[in-house]
Design a protein around this ligand. Structure first.
Ligand code: ARG
Length: 497
């Protein structure tokens, strides 16, 4: 009775015997087979080693299916009640770590179905009426993806809120803004944090959009062609909190575009996190010295006693690679597959599981780390004023005095070259020196050369002026609050248990 055991005490397709047509293979599908599966092939084709984590979704899907079958008079009320009670007992068993998973039973679906028959007897064999593992696995995966996506969005919301808070705290902190990683123009640190928030809010919007296509029920599609029983796909969809039932049975069991889309949205999110990570790593270096992270987020070196390494952002930057890799795996897995279900699709699980695990960990890590960022305000201000970062402001000053911009650019460029030659900042040149480049320059030009003047002048929506940053942060805070209440409303209708 007990055979190849993955973990736990082991289980076979109990309740099946020769007369049911299993021909001694021990398989739920063994009827037409004349010999047992080769041991290696059994291990090679099995997915229970990783898809067992879908157990909660599998049971929820089965309970909805059995409930619908009874409503459609395919099962009696009593049969459905027995099946539901059996599944609930199995849920308890798994929750408590008492369930015996067996590789012989191939996947999560057959492990649970076999356990059901073992527990409630013959009636357990009726659960699979009007259903196939093909619509079953697609359902499980959609339920899983939906739940994980919601959790991820919750974490992302936390991170975005932390960025808005940090932006408010540092709205007036001046730092150099870069293009080509060369000092470009002064910006405010708060403005930079809100740029990160914008990137992540688009990631969130992509996830929300992806959710609409995830939240469609494949049940009723059965193996590929639908089923001859009078099933009610809209009812199972409703029971499982899906927005609708799938419109085509072939497509419902076959496509994994919802998984690919989720991995694509997740890849972009990881790419954004990798950019944020890279900046933190740079800013934490002695050469920049713009920020510091508390010791609890860092590690040391086993040989160099002075080291304090920004491991968390480095690791997040590194993990972006595995998520992008999973996206490529999933795209390649789907490419050229003929309709309808193919076993290839079993390979979708590990990449999407790891994608979501990684995303949740990285977003969580960042949501903890962002509030702890310590700004070295003096160092940032100092760097913001160096390297002629306010040269554009002098050119703009000349434009306001009537010079065409291209000429103002030329004049200022000459003044910068002169200052470089003198080893001085622009503001350290005397007024006569400055006037030698343009008679339009007067004493008030020194005001625009200050970093404070430079950021304050960029006073328009989306600009870096501290007042604008405070306004933008307030607007972002409001949007986040609205998202939270919308998510609370939606969450109530989509729980699986
Ligand atoms: N373990 C399979 C998967 O992950 C379940 C569906 C198997 N269906 C089949 N006809 N072999 O895709």
């Amino acid at each position: 009775m007990r055979s190849v055991i993955l973990w736990g005490p082991g289980r076979r397709a109990e309740g099946m015997n020769e007369s049911d047509g299993e021909a001694g293979t021990g398989k739920l599908w063994g009827g037409r087979f004349g010999e047992a599966t080769d041991a290696f092939i059994e291990r090679f084709t099995a997915s229970v080693g990783f898809d067992s984590r879908l157990w909660r979704h599998d049971i929820a899907g089965s309970i909805a299916h059995a409930t619908m079958l009874a409503e459609a008079d395919v099962l009696t009320e009593g049969e459905a009640r027995q099946i539901v009670a059996g599944l609930e007992a199995i849920r308890c068993e798994i929750e408590q770590g008492r369930f015996a998973w067996s590789v012989e039973l191939e996947d999560v679906h057959m492990n649970i179905e076999a356990a059901l028959t073992e527990r409630i007897g013959e009636v357990g064999k009726k659960l699979h009426t009007g259903r196939s593992r093909n619509d079953q696995v697609a359902t499980d995966l959609r339920l899983y993806a939906r739940g994980e996506l919601d959790e991820l969005r919750g974490l992302l919301w936390r991170l975005r809120s932390a960025l808005v808070e940090l932006a408010e705290r540092e709205a007036g902190t001046i730092m150099p803004g870069f293009t080509h990683l060369q000092s470009a123009q002064p910006v405010t640190f708060g403005h930079h944090m809100l740029a990160w928030q914008e990137m992540l809010s688009r990631d969130d919007a992509r996830l929300a959009d992806c959710r609409r296509r995830i939240n469609v029920s494949p049940l009723g599609a059965a193996a590929l062609a639908g089923t001859s029983y009078p099933v009610n796909p809209a009812r199972t969809a409703e029971l499982l909190g899906f927005d609708a039932a799938a419109g085509n049975s072939l497509d419902a069991v076959s496509d994994r575009d919802f998984v690919i889309e989720l991995a694509a949205a997740g890849s972009l999110l990881m790419v954004h996190l990798s950019r944020m990570s890279e900046e933190l790593v740079l800013w934490m270096s002695a050469q920049f010295g713009f920020v510091d992270l508390p010791d609890r987020f860092c590690t040391g070196s086993s040989i160099m006693p002075q080291k304090k390494n920004p491991d968390v952002p480095e690791l997040v930057r590194g993990k972006s690679g595995r998520v992008v890799g999973h996206l490529l795996s999933l795209l390649t897995l789907m490419k050229s597959q003929p309709l309808a279900y193919n076993k290839d699709n079993q390979e979708d699980k590990e990449p999407i599981f790891d994608t979501l695990d990684t995303l949740k960990d990285c977003v969580f890590a960042f949501s903890e780390l962002v509030p702890a960022i310590e700004c070295r305000r003096e160092a940032m201000r100092e760097a913001a004023g160096a390297n002629y970062a306010t040269a554009t402001d002098l050119a703009d000053y000349l434009v306001r005095k009537g010079l065409p911009f291209r000429d103002a650019h030329g004049v200022t460029g000459k003044a910068v070259a002169h200052a470089i030659g003198q080893g001085k900042k622009l503001a350290e040149l005397s007024l006569p020196e400055l006037r030698s480049f343009s008679g339009l320059i007067e004493a008030n030009a020194y005001e625009v050369l200050s970093v404070e003047g430079s950021v304050a002048a960029r006073n328009h929506p989306g600009g870096t002026a501290p007042t604008r940053v405070r306004q933008a942060a307030a607007a972002a805070r409001k949007a986040l609050a609205a998202e939270a209440s919308a998510q609370r409303d939606a969450g109530a209708s989509s729980s699986i248990s």
